[in-house]
Design a protein around this ligand. Sequence first.
Ligand code: UN1
Length: 494
Amino acid sequence: MTFQNFIGGTWKPSASKKTFLKVNPANIDDVIGKFPQSSRADVREAAEAARDAYKHWRLVPAPKRGDILRKAGMILEARKDELAREMTREMGKIFAETKGDVQEGIDTAYYAATEGRRLFGHTVPSELPNKFAMSVRQPIGVAGCITPWNFPLAIPSWKIFPALLCGNAVVFKPAMETPKTAQLFVEVLIEAGVPDGVLNLVQGGDEAGKAVVDDPNVNLISFTGSSQTGAIVAQNCAKRHKRVSLEMGGKNAIVLMDDADLKLALDGVVWGAFGTTGQRCTATSRLLLHEKIHDKFLDMLLKRVEKLKLGYGNDEGIDVGPVINETQLKRVLNYIEIGKSEGAKCLIGGKRATGNGLGKGYFIEPTVFANVKPDHRIAQEEIFGPVLSVMKFKTFEEATQILNGVRYGLSSSLYTKNVNLAFQAMRDFETGITYINAPTIGAEAHLPFGGVKETGNGHREGGWQVYDFFSETKTIYVDFSGSLQRAQIDNYES
Ligand code: UN1
């Protein structure tokens, strides 16, 4: 099956007619389809269509734009299972998780719909008599949304729903690993009533992504991906004075104190580290264990990890799916070798899984390293796979230092019953998100999502904050005094 781009309200192939193939990572014989390999010319056309459509869309009242997004939420809800099945087939995470991904899109749609009736500015007193002062939110223009494959519906929703609600038109460039989910997502929005040209889909890889960032008709960029690519995106946006929001890597840790509920923590660690096969930017990739419970907890952990069932996520009883592609397979296996060569101890997993019919997929056994030192590469670098690095500590202060001693700052977690330590963690863990007695994953649509340090550039997705990113503040003064009133001067004669 061959799929197309969606530009200016029309489905069409890329100008060059080039395509790429997408396969199921759990079974590479299962071909999902052929998708357009878009070039600069396709992006230019999409951005021009968006520019034209923006002229009308910006004038549609925000509550009306919200109504369309509510409808999109309803369609997503009705098609939840079907979309989740397709998503699992396309990118590998298990069905329960892809349903969660769709649900995150639904939540984001309903939140956006209600925001259409808020979208407030500020009205404040003027310092001068008979003068009115306020600020309002206005759309910015065309938003370029560049999204990753690990949350192929939720993350486009996080970006595109608020962008549209604020009155922007969109050029959407999804990851090459999840073109089908992107296609289905766009179909939902068309059905919900998004007018022609307001949402444009350009499939493809780096060339298309770069073209979106460079295109003069695109005014702002929202990007989720690696810190490396994010740096390039930011530099190119800076040259063109574009607003840019970056959500990038993570090296998230759970700290387990000696007073923690170990059973609760066990559930959290396994879910945080091996959910989505460790391919979340919020994944738990470091586990810091207090020396008093270190051996006991490791023992409990290994017994649980041993039982995790690898397989195709649309089958019953599967816990962990494949990694996304061959590049990622090699990268994760390489990190496992690095871990061993640096002196960490691989307690379980550590290799590709090919038995039980898994040979046609990119499966890696859930892997746990102990004796990891904070400066080991597997304790510092984002692996994005089912690999957990375990470290031992003596005091909370030491744990905090280790937790903060990486270049990323997305998510963190502390398991303890000590309320004082919990509040210290909330204050001192250098991450955009901190969980107490819950793992590092599990962000909700109506709260800000994002990180500090090399994880982000100060913006947030989700919650109210994302509406700030996708709108421009305009300040308005209305002087109804009938005479010239000079601010800062007429009120202060001396
Ligand atoms: C991501 O990892 O890229 O909190 C997004 C979570 C999800 C979103 C993750 N709700 O893990």
